[in-house]
Design a protein around this ligand. Sequence first.
Ligand code: ACM
Length: 539
Amino acid sequence: MSQRRRIPHLIGSLLLVAAAGVGCGEATADSGAGAGTEPEVRPLGRIVPVPASVTPEGEPYALTRDTRIGVDTSSRASKAVGRYLAGLLRPATGFPLPVVDEEAADGGVRLRLDPDDGALGDEGYRLHSAPDGVTLTAREPAGLFRGVQTLRQQLPSAVEHDSVQPGPWNIAGGTITDTPRYAYRGAMLDVSRHFFTVDEVKRYIDQLALYKINTLHLHLSDDQGWRIAVDSWPRLTTHGGSTEVGGTPGGFYTKAQYKEIVRYAASRYQEVIPEIDMPGHTFAALSSYPELNCDGIAPPLYTGVKVGKSSLCVPKAVTYDFVDDVIREIAELTPGRYLHIGGDEAHSTSHADYVTFMDKVQPVVAKYGKTVVGWHQLTGATPAKDALVQYWGLDRTPAAEKERVAAAARNGTGLILSPADRAYLDMKYANDTTLGLTWAGYVEVRRSYDWDPATYLPGAPEGAVRGVEAPLWTETLSTTDDLDVMAFPRLPGLAELGWSPASTHDWDTYKVRLAEQAPRFDALGIDYYRSPQVPWPGE
Ligand code: ACM
């Protein structure tokens, strides 16, 4: 099912290609094109997402068998980040890399929390590299974790292998100071159309972590499957979770499994947003409980890919007992701030019913301590005061619909941008892409990267834009290879849109840095689309 032409891994022949004096933002389109290899010392800042500020200086730091990782041992979180870093680096380097107190890590890699460094914010970090040591400083543990991703990408791609590689393991000298452009940098995984196991979701979480994504939105219910246990309505999963698109067996997460996903995401500094899509996209629920249907008759399980045919019964009181129970139980399991209530493509719900439904349901989310997120159709009702809406329109979306969303934004509603013809990872890249859908058009790698979230939606104030999210819908995707080849290499570009300053945005330099990720994808076993727009190594 792969889109990718495999190439041999070229780690054996390291050359100093494009290394000479090329700092962040100075790369040209030519500097990496056709290069067969990666530089022995990756120029500081030649990573994805590109850092906000890069000052190359002096000689590199060399990681050796004697390197220690120093942490503030009084902070559990910084110890955990230190152990995570050691776990990343040990397999390929073969070095012991003990995690010790900062004092005992002279000449090593030190992770330092500085609560007074306000400029670094909640996720920012400073990385200083010199021959006598590497120091990562952050105000918060999340910043240390983001900085670890930078440190990891500064090392040769071979560091991602799970067996010992030759090295050397150099980190270019100088200082990176980096904070994110947007607080919200999300990815959505649709586990309803096809079910993905806890381990498969963890694999995706690890891929997201490498690109500094901080939000995992799980699309947990749809017509084709209900994927999260709700004790008070058990048939949602035993019946509603039993199939998926195409009629193959589905699956669902027990509460313990969902909590394990949440815990794992938190260990990668990602917040989970659960989505229960309502009032449309609900055949799995309607099929499980006849009383949720206006006519009292349960429809059969749905395994096709059409949308807009189902609706919860808005006038019935039992609908709100159901919604209250579901939201209460899922809110209890979810430490994050948000609960996504869907609201898209409710084509079988009248407008009046849609407005009534949203007026009744949004306060339930608030009652259980969460903030509403909805797809942008929620602006056709009255979004709750602090709600976020997720815009998934296209260039060709009617101006009136865009304006309705922009007006809500002017009125205080926060925006998450997921324009389908840019950010949807399930759209085909080109006409020869075997997986994916085309209703939003082809989305090649450049198209996915080359837009500006701040000015994207006409009339929406820049301050309303909370960030960017890359949804991965799975009507046509059923394996991790399928997920890989659609997410990669578009996901890193969307992550960069969310993280890097607008001033760094430049396709010609981005495509070179993206090409340099290829050996990293290979080492990690990530199947990716070798877009002809990108100057991949070896071509
Ligand atoms: C959507 O793509 N229906 C949100």
